[in-house]
Design a protein around this ligand. Structure first.
Ligand code: SAM
Length: 283
């Protein structure tokens, strides 16, 4: 079958699963990944026959797309702050709202204008610490995750992107010791209560790692409270905490940080929803 015929066939087979605009963009990414041809080259080569390996790769991807697997897990790649990151089933796919969190830290670091010690808790693919290191090369950056599989990917991404990061495998909920004082502790922790699982998109709940997404229904703010407690001991003077959060936890988090002796402020994402938070200890 020619490239064009294959694309038409895929469109037909996936029409019930995806909206047409989304489907066009998924197929553009998939065919570029398999053929190595960009959109223009694909148009020029529309009558080309693909080889056996490419056809097999496409059929496997078609099956995965039918089941709702995110395209990033099919291609093994995701973009974050202009860089390509390797992803697999051990890591969350980096999100655009997390770029806003990183932007806020970069903005803050530029104001402070000195080399900072920064710790990222729950690094996943490594997108936060690596993007920070690339933007703030004079800062010392550490990344921590409970997941061995995630750290393996994070290390590969750091090496590929030439970002010098110190990595630690720790369960932050059971950690009482950090190896340093930090000027900034940042985290995009798991924050979705398990009970919300039923309302979530198949693409997220069936494919992204549960350990990256969910917290107990009984204590959905446990990561924030734990990190705020550690911050009291391990933040340097004027140290700052930065977090990503569930859009409807803003009020509860402001109350939690206030109670724990921090000033906290929220920022909204591009959709106007509370999404990121900064906190520093009250003087
Ligand atoms: C929401 S994901 C964030 C991943 C990445 N920072 C990002 O923004 O794409 C949360 C991360 O926290 C890690 N994590 C979950 N429980 C943890 C724990 N108790 N201690 C340390 N890391 C944990 C998960 O493995 C996952 O990589």
């Amino acid at each position: 079958m020619s490239l064009q015929a294959l694309k038409l066939d895929f469109k037909k087979q996936l029409a019930d699963v995806y909206e047409s605009i989304e489907l066009n963009s998924l197929l553009a990414i998939l065919f570029e990944h398999v053929t190595g041809w960009n959109q223009l080259q694909q148009a020029i080569n529309k009558d080309a026959e693909l080889n056996e390996k490419q056809n097999a790769q496409l059929l496997e991807a078609l099956d995965a797309l039918k089941k709702g697997m995110p395209i990033q897990y099919i291609t093994g790649k995701a973009w974050f702050m202009g860089n390509e990151f390797k992803v697999d089933e051990n890591v969350l796919i980096p999100r655009p709202e997390t770029e806003e969190l990183v932007d806020w830290i970069i903005e803050y670091a530029h104001i402070i204008d000195k080399p900072l010690q920064i710790l990222d808790i729950g690094s996943g693919s490594g997108c936060i610490p690596i993007a920070l290191k690339l933007a703030l090369p004079n800062c010392m950056i550490a990344g921590l995750d409970i997941s061995e599989g995630a750290l393996k990917i994070a290390k590969q991404n750091a090496s590929h992107l030439n970002a010098d990061i110190s990595w630690m495998q720790e369960d932050i909920l059971n950690t009482t010791y950090l190896p340093n004082q930090f000027d900034i502790i940042v985290s995009n922790p798991p924050y979705i209560p398990f009970k919300e699982n039923v309302n979530m998109q198949v693409q997220v709940k069936n494919f992204e790692p549960a350990i990256a997404l969910f917290v107990t229904n009984e204590d959905p703010l446990i990561f924030y409270r734990t990190i705020a407690r550690l911050g009291k001991q391990y933040l340097s003077s004027n140290g700052q905490l930065f977090f990503e959060m569930h859009y409807d936890q803003g009020k509860a988090l402001l109350a939690l940080f206030d109670e724990m002796g921090y000033h906290a402020e929220l920022r909204q994402d591009m959709f106007g929803k509370d999404r990121i938070l900064r906190a520093s200890l009250k003087k």
